[in-house]
Design a protein around this ligand. Structure first.
Ligand code: FES
Length: 76
C-alpha cells in the first residue's frame, strides 16, 4: 500500500503521487529558494515534491537506501 492507503501496483516506482497525470513533472525557480529545500526522491512523501521524512520508514521496512535531494543557497 502507498502512504495514502491505496494499493500499490507492482513494478512501478511511484506508488500514488498524482497517478492521474501521464508524467509527474515539477519545476521551480531557483531564486525562490531562500536558504535550503529538500526534494523527495523516494516517492512516499505526503508533501510532494518536498521530503517529509517518509524515506526513513520506507528504508527501514524495505532495506532500501533512498533519501532527498537537498539544495542549499550559497550565501557567500
Ligand atoms: Fe521521500 Fe524524504 S520523503 S526522500
Amino acid at each position: 500500500f502507498c502512504p495514502h492507503g491505496r494499493p500499490k501496483p507492482d513494478g512501478i516506482i511511484n506508488p500514488c503521487i498524482r497517478r492521474d497525470e501521464r508524467k509527474v513533472v515539477d519545476a521551480f525557480d531557483i531564486e525562490d529558494i531562500s536558504e535550503k529545500v529538500c526534494f523527495c526522491r523516494c516517492w512516499r512523501s505526503k508533501n510532494w515534491p518536498y521530503c517529509d521524512g517518509a524515506h526513513g520508514p520506507h528504508n527501514k521496512e524495505t532495506g532500501d537506501n533512498v533519501g532527498p535531494l537537498v539544495l542549499k543557497v550559497n550565501k557567500d
